[in-house]
Design a protein around this ligand. Structure first.
Ligand SMILES: Cc1cc2nc3c(=O)[nH]c(=O)nc-3n(C[C@H](O)[C@H](O)[C@H](O)COP(=O)(O)O)c2cc1C
Length: 356
């Protein structure tokens, strides 16, 4: 496999590996800084990023805005010359304010999914931050390319394609997950997405680099992804079991101890399917138990606290803090393969080979 730097406009990323954003509190400044230092793109998740701030419960938005700056500065101190971005979920309330805070902090790139970031160019305004929507299907790719083209006369600086083996919330219906479950089926969809990208590149006389993520956990899978014609890979699950990952050690151990049969598709209160490790918490949820929650932080647009079986913020904060029996343990399809804690450098080397 021959590896080329990833070019995103005037930015050159020497190692074409993007560390996928992981909320809540899994990819913060430490992990993102370590990946950026190794030459990849380190991505901080802004999802409820202020959960450790003392006023998080009473002043959630301000706590998050403050933490965006702090985590960015931490990553930047580790990788003064590296490429550091933020993952921002469209479904988050105050999305616009968080995007602006990430840009003000100094982010090189905003990667945005969990909904289509239709008006991200407007929010980013005249800033030269790079903008990267996440799509999962040809349909969603065409919707965003058409809309940005028509309304903003611009194309994404990078398009991230996230497949069905990814962790966290998945951009597929349960039926689509079943359809793409068999080997190779999703690759056809990737081909269609890349065809759409090539059409828009021609129309807008520009280059739109692409990244593919979801279940890339070794070198041959990385090589396979590049052979489909993408410019970079986005990897998340492999980085959870690193020394530098911001999660509590008990969260990392949950990955190390998981078997294949422990990994399941679960329904999140957001209404989207997600992938997680089965644990006492998820068994209760599956059995129809209503999990009491803390006062609402008003984090998501489409969440009615009176209707949900559990609060996703509570469950993900439990995860980040290592309270694993009470937590939603998001993970990718191959999380069970992790056998030991590694360094970020070891993970990157195992994916694309050692660099000189
Ligand atoms: C623990 C965990 C949390 C995640 N959280 C987010 C998130 O907050 N926002 C998002 O867009 N993607 C999220 N993802 C998806 C990743 O960014 C990434 O694209 C995907 O997991 C790549 O597949 P892989 O984990 O198999 O490498 C999460 C993934 C994991 C494993």
């Amino acid at each position: 496999m021959s590896i080329h730097p990833l070019k995103i406009g005037n930015i050159e990323v020497s190692v074409p590996v993007i560390q996928g954003g992981m909320g809540v509190g899994i990819s913060l400044g430490s992990l993102a800084g370590a990946v950026a230092k190794e030459g990849g793109i380190g991505v901080i998740s802004a999802a409820q990023i202020g959960f450790r701030e003392p006023d998080f419960d009473t002043n959630t938005k301000e706590a998050n805005l403050r933490a965006i700056k702090k985590e960015y500065e931490k990553a930047r101190a580790m990788a003064p010359e590296g490429i550091i971005g933020f993952n921002l979920m469209v479904a988050m309330r105050h999305y616009e304010a968080y995007v602006s805070a990430a840009i003000d902090a100094g982010a090189d790139i905003i990667i945005s999914g969990a909904g289509l970031p239709m008006d991200l160019p407007k929010i980013a305004g005249g800033s030269d931050v790079k903008l990267a929507p996440i799509v999962s299907t040809e349909k969603s790719a065409r919707v965003i390319l058409k809309y940005w083209g028509k309304k903003y006369r611009r194309m994404p600086d990078l398009l991230v394609i996230e497949g069905p083996k990814a962790g966290g919330h998945l951009g597929f219906t349960k039926e689509q997950l079943a359809e793409y479950g068999s080997e190779g089926t999703y690759e056809q969809e990737v081909g269609k997405i890349l065809k759409a990208v090539r059409q828009y590149e021609e129309q807008f006389v520009c280059r739109i680099p692409t990244a593919l993520g979801g279940g890339i956990e070794n070198r041959s899978q990385a090589a396979r992804a590049f052979s489909l014609g993408v410019d970079a890979i986005q990897v998340a699950t492999r980085f959870v079991t690193t020394e530098e990952c911001d999660a509590d050690i008990r969260y990392k151990e949950a990955y190390l101890h998981a078997d294949e049969a422990d990994i399941a598709i679960v329904k999140s209160p957001v209404g989207m399917p997600g992938r997680a490790i089965m644990n006492p918490f998820m068994k209760k949820v599956m059995a129809g138990e209503q999990i009491p929650h803390s006062p609402c932080h008003r984090c998501l647009h489409q969440c009615d606290p009176a209707e949900i079986p559990y609060c996703i913020t509570d469950a993900l904060i439990h995860a980040a803090k290592g309270e694993t029996d009470e937590a939603l343990l998001f993970c990718g399809a191959y999380a069970y393969k992790a056998e030991r804690l590694e360094t970020v450098k070891e993970v990157i080397d195992s994916l694309i080979g050692e660099r000189v």
